[in-house]
Design a protein around this ligand. Structure first.
Ligand SMILES: *[C@@H]1O[C@H](CO)[C@@H](O)[C@H](O)[C@H]1NC(C)=O
Ligand SMILES: *[C@@H]1O[C@H](CO)[C@@H](O)[C@H](O)[C@H]1NC(C)=O
Ligand SMILES: *[C@@H]1O[C@H](CO)[C@@H](O)[C@H](O)[C@H]1NC(C)=O
Ligand SMILES: *[C@@H]1O[C@H](CO)[C@@H](O)[C@H](O)[C@H]1NC(C)=O
Ligand SMILES: *[C@@H]1O[C@H](CO)[C@@H](O)[C@H](O)[C@H]1NC(C)=O
Ligand SMILES: *[C@@H]1O[C@H](CO)[C@@H](O)[C@H](O)[C@H]1NC(C)=O
Ligand SMILES: *[C@@H]1O[C@H](CO)[C@@H](O)[C@H](O)[C@H]1NC(C)=O
Ligand SMILES: *[C@@H]1O[C@H](CO)[C@@H](O)[C@H](O)[C@H]1NC(C)=O
Ligand SMILES: *[C@@H]1O[C@H](CO)[C@@H](O)[C@H](O)[C@H]1NC(C)=O
Ligand SMILES: *[C@@H]1O[C@H](CO)[C@@H](O)[C@H](O)[C@H]1NC(C)=O
Length: 500
């Protein structure tokens, strides 16, 4: 009979984990820099394809170079200010929202005469003669990772009263991108090397007359004052469910804001939801203590000898939104040993090369890529199986909980670290000593013998190989000792797990 001890010497791991937890929670990003997608940006490329008698014809393409932030319905709105007195003669694949004052023009009337035009994508189902490559998706653009075939949107624009050479043309100023609503800040247009276009057979190359690029970056701080999602936590080793912090996204207040939320048990639920302004994208949320449209629940579900399992549930509390192509970004140090994921797609995000602790998760098309509005179908869930890395794994100090979660690119508010469910204890962990270790060993030996007797059904002639796993980090009371017995005759009863 042989047993082996593992990870008996990680004395300082818990302290390191605690420091790491505190440092990652105190970090709140307020500028346009996203630590999980440091190069993420939206680039608007403006290619002049040909000169016209009074201006030029250009193709404008919006590329979403963000790993996980997409542009959802009702889509993007792109605006700019003309440098001179330019007008838009015509557009293909999108339209200006307001024609403006074209009274100067007789006969041929421009599509838009505003000095600061705003353009929108056309809707799906636009007639072929009004379409352009990558157009007509209602302004919806996928993230780069989630759908690499749909991360761009483009349109064609014919500009008049403009320069007709690369010396006289003036680049537009003050680009604005609403996607939808605020959040993006665009830099100035920069003249870059003209784009080269390859024919589909790759046998001929053509070149734009002139090209300029505009780069826009996102800041959650600009986007909205209040958060839009929150995280709740639970575990198999503690009955406490740590809810989302109260008033994360708003407070329930019947006196100053009656009807600010919807009671799911109200007999008038259907009429309240139907009566709400369908065209408004402001959330109409179910009454909860956190008042968030989205809650992510992280449940530490099971502990195996070499693996552990987590269940993640995303719940929609918003009656006014079906989230299409939702995505989740989760940071946890064990993602470098993710072994299996059920019913979500997974892609590791490694913004810093070597550090593989961030995962992007999203739904499977036609199965759960649509997170339905609040109600019985308003949730999606998955389970994650991680392989334990002996040098870092612990259930202590909230290590098993995520460091950071984003839903659709927005940071979700976590409960305060001191509220996390912790391992039950009966005495101070400072008592952990060699004596405790020896005691634990004796106890586990006793357990092994009794288990063998129990399992092998009083047939001592059978050879068994018990493995005792005693992890130092789990040695505060009660000590969790995992005893695994490989008993071929009882394969389904061979694993004995006890918390002493
Ligand atoms: C925008 O993102 C692309 C793709 O990640 C990157 O190549 C480019 O350098 C970024 N542009 C800026 C100005 O950061
Ligand atoms: C304009 O075109 C000339 C030649 O046609 C070229 O040499 C020059 O670099 C171009 N300038 C810009 C800003 O593209
Ligand atoms: C562009 O924006 C800047 C700062 O927001 C503003 O000062 C300037 O007047 C704007 N220019 C035009 C032409 O609107
Ligand atoms: C301009 O944007 C296009 C498309 O994103 C990109 O391929 C090109 O490298 C950019 N040019 C510069 C100089 O950033
Ligand atoms: C608001 O009303 C609900 C039910 O009508 C009630 O349960 C809740 O306690 C009230 N909240 C406040 C802050 O008064
Ligand atoms: C969400 O989708 C369901 C089923 O397609 C539809 O009945 C419901 O009206 C949609 N809700 C919203 C807010 O669009
Ligand atoms: C990150 O970890 C996952 C899960 O073990 C693995 O599949 C992936 O290849 C790793 N990626 C990198 C860049 O190391
Ligand atoms: C976990 O992943 C890291 C990096 O990919 C690897 O070095 C290590 O051996 C893995 N640990 C286990 C227990 O698989
Ligand atoms: C479970 O965790 C909660 C929150 O951290 C804590 O208050 C409670 O004492 C824990 N329960 C046990 C049995 O230790
Ligand atoms: C468990 O131990 C911690 C740290 O020693 C202590 O703060 C906490 O009160 C203990 N919990 C219980 C339920 O005894």
């Amino acid at each position: 009979m042989g047993f082996c001890f593992r990870s008996v010497t990680q004395f300082s791991t818990s302290a390191i984990v605690l420091v790491f937890l505190i440092s990652s929670f105190s970090f709140i990003s307020t500028d346009a820099y996203d630590p999980l997608d440091p190069n993420g940006n939206i680039t608007i490329k403006w290619d002049i394809l040909s000169w016209t008698p009074d201006g030029y014809l250009a193709a404008v393409t919006i590329f979403n170079f963000q790993q996980y932030r997409h542009i959802q319905a009702p889509g993007w709105l792109l605006g700019w200010t003309w440098a001179k007195k330019e007008v838009i003669w015509s557009m293909v694949g999108s339209q200006a929202t307001d024609q403006g004052d074209c009274s100067k023009y007789k006969g041929n009337i421009p599509h838009c005469c505003r000095k600061d035009p705003t353009v929108v994508d056309l809707l799906p189902g636009t007639p072929y003669n009004l379409q352009f490559t990558n157009c007509c998706k209602g302004g919806v653009i996928s993230s780069w990772v989630q759908d690499p075939n749909n991360f761009a949107s483009s349109f064609q624009i014919s500009v008049g009263a403009a320069g007709t050479t690369n010396k006289t043309v003036r680049v537009p100023k003050n680009f604005t991108l609403k996607a939808p609503g605020p959040g993006y800040t665009c830099g100035p247009a920069k003249i870059v090397r003209p784009t080269k276009f390859f024919t589909s057979d790759g046998r001929r190359v053509t070149q734009a007359m002139m090209t300029w690029n505009v780069t826009c970056t996102y800041s959650q701080f600009l986007a909205q004052k209040t958060p839009t999602c929150c995280v709740s936590l639970s575990s198999f080793y503690n009955d406490t469910i740590v809810p989302c912090p109260t008033c994360t996204c708003g407070c329930q207040n019947n006196i100053t804001q009656p009807g600010s939320c919807v009671d799911p048990n109200s007999p008038y639920l259907a009429s309240v939801v139907a009566g709400a302004n369908k065209n408004s994208y402001a959330p109409l949320v179910q009454c909860t203590s956190h008042m968030c449209p989205i809650r992510i629940h992280w449940h530490v579900k099971l502990n195996y000898k070499e693996y552990w399992r987590v269940k993640v549930t995303i719940t929609n509390f918003n009656y006014r939104m079906n989230y299409t192509q939702w995505n989740l970004v989760v940071q946890h140090p064990n993602f470098d040993n993710l072994t299996q994921i059920f019913s979500f797609y997974y892609k590791p995000l490694t913004p810093y090369g070597a550090i593989n602790d961030t995962a992007m998760l999203w739904g499977i098309k036609f199965y759960n890529d649509l997170l339905m509005q609040a109600g019985p179908y308003g949730n999606v869930q998955s389970e994650l199986l991680f392989r334990k890395d002996a040098s870092t794994f612990t259930f202590e100090k909230g290590w098993a909980f995520p460091r950071r979660i984003y839903f659709n690119g927005d940071n979700c508010v976590m409960p305060p670290p001191d509220a996390y469910p912790f391992l039950p204890n009966t005495s101070s962990r400072k008592d952990t000593s060699l004596l405790t270790l020896m005691l634990t060993l004796l106890l586990s030996l006793a357990l092994i013998f009794s288990s063998i007797r129990m399992l092998s059904n009083k047939s001592p002639e059978r050879v068994v190989h018990p493995v005792v796993e005693v992890s130092y980090r789990d040695l505060h009371t009660p000590v969790i000792v995992v005893v695994e017995l490989h008993v071929p005759v009882h394969p389904d009863r061979a694993h004995v797990m006890r918390a002493l």
